[in-house]
Design a protein around this ligand. Structure first.
Ligand SMILES: [Zn+2]
Length: 223
């Protein structure tokens, strides 16, 4: 991910030169140590300014806050809009079925599109398929939370599930597919755009990414 790369500073442990760039350091080596053995270069990468905090440790958006911002949920989803996905997904429970459009809350259409576009740019379609990032588990679904009496965040179309079978509701974050290193850029993309993942935030339901309160408030200002 470009932003990540931008945020990584490579510095070399070299007492003579304070924090040189890669190129400068190599030049210095070449000029100063012509007759000496090449010095061992220790390279260390440090994230100085992470673009995203994962987890955010901000409380998840409450039902009251959701209703204030997105309205009361209803079966017809009168507040939804349909977006064209930048890459096709597969229905996780019926892999032969391709999903090319998705219904989500109209306030979040641009957010979801930005996420999918960034994922496509970062991974490319082949890698997306290989990693199962295209396994669509649903966005809008008017229902109560599984095992709860509160409305599921899917009832407003402000959450999306991906690869549900390997990132189960009761699966601990450490055992979830999405906790693996190769999915970190995907997670960072969701977080960058203001989503929170329940695996990271609550150690359960790693398939589930939902709009944060902060981002929701911002989006409601744009109306
Ligand atoms: Zn979900």
């Amino acid at each position: 991910m470009e932003s990540l790369i931008r945020n990584i500073i490579a510095y070399f442990v070299n007492k003579k030169v304070a924090k040189p760039t890669v190129k400068e350091n190599l030049t210095v080596q070449k000029e100063e140590s012509v007759e000496k053995e090449p010095k061992e270069i220790e390279v260390e990468f440090e994230e100085v300014e992470p673009s995203v905090m994962m987890p955010t440790n901000e409380p998840l958006i409450t039902t009251r806050q959701i209703i204030d911002i997105y309205g009361e949920p209803d079966e017809t989803g009168s507040y939804l809009t349909t977006i064209d996905l930048p890459y096709p997904m597969r229905l996780s429970w019926d892999l032969d079925r391709t999903v090319t459009r998705m219904r989500c809350h109209k306030l979040l259409a641009d957010k979801f599109l930005a996420v999918f576009n960034d994922i496509l740019v970062h991974y490319g379609i082949e890698r997306i398929k290989e990693l199962g990032i295209d396994l669509f588990g649903g966005c809008f679904s008017f229902r109560k939370m599984r095992g709860g009496k509160d409305w599921s965040r899917h009832s407003w179309g402000i959450a999306i599930d991906l690869d549900p079978f390997r990132n189960g509701l009761k699966t601990k974050w450490k055992d979830a597919q999405f906790s693996k290193e190769e999915y970190r850029p995907m997670m960072e993309i969701f977080y960058k755009h203001g989503f929170q993942n329940l695996g990271l935030e609550a150690d359960m339901d790693a398939m589930h990414m939902q709009a944060s309160y902060k981002m929701s408030k911002e989006m409601s200002k744009n109306v």
